[in-house]
Write a protein that binds this ligand. Structure first.
Ligand SMILES: [Zn+2]
Length: 309
């Protein structure tokens, strides 16, 4: 048994965890993400925090298998070409991290891919080796695991499920600059957008009237049997369920794991995805289980630690 660190870099905080290589999480903590000056301080801050923890626990470099880092950007061979969220342009993250922590190996991955690894290792996908994870947050992230390996792809952009085109006639633009991306309908912001569009042309009563429209307010109203909210959830579910059925044909997963803030709606969310999935799923993929993620915000640190093993 050795120790390893899992690091999940976000736009405002860096989440960190100390693990055993066998998957025990000993301790987790957070530091601030200093994005100013093109994020120059982000990696040195992480290295200092890792060193401080090693000192505190009396852990030597020899006892440390490595530091895994999840980054909100495509990652290819440890290199990030651009990460708007944390101010980075081109950065060889693996090399810099290893220079900052002599004698300790670093492995870098995209945050959504890393979250998928985390759920496979210690969460909802335990024991699975073929799995799709979709993270429904501000955006829609994704991670595809085939035979135990994350599909990172040639540009580190493998599994970017959020940018599958699901509506060819959309005119509004996605954050990526294209139109009709899944993210425009299935992220927290996407659900709020669907709600706003529907309420604008609505004649009739709904609990959503006058409410701050969000994924949470929509699913809260769904739980109270609000007809309009249910229709919004069905629209969201159709986009997501059909996209997942299309993905299942390529990946043939044992399981599809749904995570991110939207998944806080709980089990009530699943039928809205399962029904359209079943409508479009190829017969061989019909038994694919769709489940909620179980690690919550810890998926990132868990998966980052898993990069080391
Ligand atoms: Zn897009």
């Amino acid at each position: 048994m050795k120790y390893c660190f899992g690091v999940d870099i976000g736009g405002t905080t860096v989440k960190m965890g100390l693990f055993s290589t066998e998957g025990e999480l000993y301790e987790k903590w957070e530091i601030k993400t200093h994005t100013e000056n093109e994020g120059k301080q982000v990696l040195p801050d992480i290295a200092a925090s890792v060193r401080a923890k090693m000192e505190e626990k009396g852990i030597s470099a020899e006892e440390t298998a490595g530091v895994g880092v999840g980054v909100p950007a495509p990652v290819s061979e440890g290199i990030v070409k651009n990460s708007a969220n944390i101010g980075w342009g081109y950065k060889n993250v693996k090399k810099e991290m290893e220079e900052l922590l002599p004698g300790i190996r670093a492995e870098i991955g995209n945050d959504a891919n890393v979250a998928a690894l985390g759920e496979m290792w210690l969460g909802a996908g335990k024991g699975c080796s073929n799995m799709i994870m979709v993270t429904l947050g501000t955006g829609v992230g994704g991670g595809v695991i085939c035979q135990g390996h994350v599909i990172a792809g040639a540009n580190g952009a493998g599994g970017e499920i959020g940018h599958i085109c699901v509506n060819y006639s959309e005119t509004e633009k996605c954050g990526c600059g294209k139109t009709g991306c899944l993210e425009q309908y299935a992220s927290a912001t996407g659900i709020a957008r669907l709600a706003k569009l529907r309420l604008a042309k609505l004649h009739g009563k709904t609990l959503l009237e006058g409410k701050n429209l969000s994924a949470k307010s929509v699913f809260d109203a769904v739980k109270k049997d609000d007809r309009v909210a249910i229709e919004i959830a069905e629209e969201f579910g159709a986009y997501l369920g059909h996209a997942l059925a299309n993905m299942a044909v390529i990946v043939d997963p044992e399981m599809i794991v749904i995570g991110g803030g939207v998944s806080n709606a709980g089990p009530a969310l699943l039928p809205f995805i399962e029904k359209p999935f079943q409508e479009k799923a190829f017969f061989a993929n019909k038994d694919t289980k769709i489940v909620l993620a179980t690690l919550g915000n810890d998926a990132g640190i868990c998966g980052a630690a898993r990069l080391i093993i």
